[in-house]
Ligand binder design. Structure first.
Ligand code: FES
Length: 80
């Protein structure tokens, strides 16, 4: 699995609004990582996008990286 994720996040103010919501990460068995809360995704080209409750792919099979598109199921991804 490619460990060099093309994204980052921070908890700094987004769109001049102070974030009051806590962010959490849940790792789904044999599936994506769910980041719950509002985050700013910074892509490798510098583009930024605000996302809320985003599922990030960790199987490498998504056609919508860095986000999960459900392809892990068809690929039979196992995290152990
Ligand atoms: S974890 Fe769902 S497509 Fe990769």
């Amino acid at each position: 699995m490619d460990q060099s994720l093309p994204l980052s996040y921070n908890q700094s103010p987004i769109n001049n609004k102070i974030m009051e919501e806590k962010i959490s990460a849940k790792i789904w068995p044999n599936g994506p990582i769910l980041i719950s809360g509002e985050i700013k995704v910074v892509y490798k080209d510098g583009k930024e996008e605000v996302k809320k409750d985003a599922h990030f792919c960790r199987c490498g099979h998504s056609n919508n990286k860095p986000f999960c598109d459900g392809a892990h199921k068809k690929a039979g991804f196992l995290d152990e």
